[in-house]
Design a protein around this ligand. Structure first.
Ligand code: CP
Length: 304
């Protein structure tokens, strides 16, 4: 059995992404399969989470495995000064797989270089969130029927938003077109725009969330302005409420268009959007279970 880390979405080829989607479809049909009998999965969350942690833990439970770990690092020996290296060395003595979220960019890659068992990155600072991307891709495929030639509008915190960074990189396999909508201080970082140019991916960049942009979109990917990434709270207060999607803004949207959001949301999607046919973010979060079941099996080398 070949075990495998998942640190960045770029660790996956196009073929592997499509295989994971197929496996996730199988888990959506039948989520209860005892494929992890006798396996222990460590769930180490050094940053808060609702969806990622609970969907991973549900995935393990539905596959017949067991979960150890913590959801609050202050209850771990990190609070006594233990290093990440020593924590990973210890936990890889106990578990068959480690799922880790950490506030520092690169922490998951570092952990994978130390660990004796595979590491799945459940988010590392503003860097990557590859398992979110797999559920996003699964959801896009589910709603559009395919992944190719789509116009994806990303809105909000494009600077620190690890979900948009990972999604942008993953979509390069599928001939996308992007609209980046963000205020001056939260624009898509240069390295990702450079990546688009190198890959021949067309993109627009604007501060205005216009009806033209909404009406041409296949996917609107809203993101939260992340308070926890700001060192200057005055700046956070200035930009936190600049973009709020409302139901009335969607009225000219394509019937097939869907609004996604990695969640949690604060003010960026008004509650009245929830009742429109374009809202799909709660179904998207549900898909996290199936995508993560597929990712766990890949990590442990289990054929489904
Ligand atoms: N989308 C996401 O990562 O949500 P949580 O922070 O609740 O895990």
């Amino acid at each position: 059995m070949k075990t495998r880390n998942l640190i960045s979405i770029t660790d996956l080829s196009k073929g592997e992404i499509l295989d994971l989607i197929t496996t996730a479809q199988e888990f959506e049909r039948n989520p209860n399969q005892r494929l992890l009998e006798g396996k222990v999965v460590a769930s180490l969350f050094f940053e808060p989470s609702t969806r990622t942690r609970l969907s991973f833990e549900t995935a393990v439970n539905r596959l017949g495995g067991r979960v150890i770990g913590f959801s609050d690092a202050s209850t771990s020996s990190q609070s006594k000064g233990e290093s990440l290296k020593d924590t990973i060395m210890m936990v890889s003595n106990y578990a068959d797989l480690i799922v880790m979220r950490h506030p520092l960019m690169g922490a998951a890659r570092y952990a994978s270089e130390i660990s004796r068992v595979p590491i799945i990155n459940a988010g590392d600072g503003a860097n990557q969130h590859p398992t979110q991307t797999m559920l996003d891709l699964y959801t896009i495929q589910q709603t559009q029927g395919h992944l190719d030639n789509l116009t994806i509008t990303m809105v909000g915190d494009l600077k620190y938003g690890r979900t948009v960074h990972s999604l942008l990189e993953a979509m390069h396999h599928f001939n996308p077109r992007f609209n980046f909508v963000a205020c001056d201080v939260l624009q898509m970082p240069g390295q990702y725009k450079q990546f688009c140019r190198e890959q021949g991916i067309p993109y627009t960049e604007t501060t205005e969330f216009s009806s033209d942009i909404i009406n041409q979109s296949d996917i609107i990917y809203m993101t939260r302005v992340q308070r926890e990434r700001f060192s200057d709270m005055m700046e956070y207060e200035r930009v936190k409420n600049l973009y709020t999607l409302t139901a009335s803004m969607l009225q000219g949207g394509k019937p097939t268009m869907r609004v996604l959001h990695p969640l949690p949301r604060v003010t960026e999607i008004a509650q009245d959007v929830d009742d429109t046919p374009w809202a799909y973010y709660f179904e998207q979060a549900r898909n996290g279970l199936y995508a993560r079941q597929a990712i766990i099996c890949r990590a442990l080398g289990i054929n489904v």
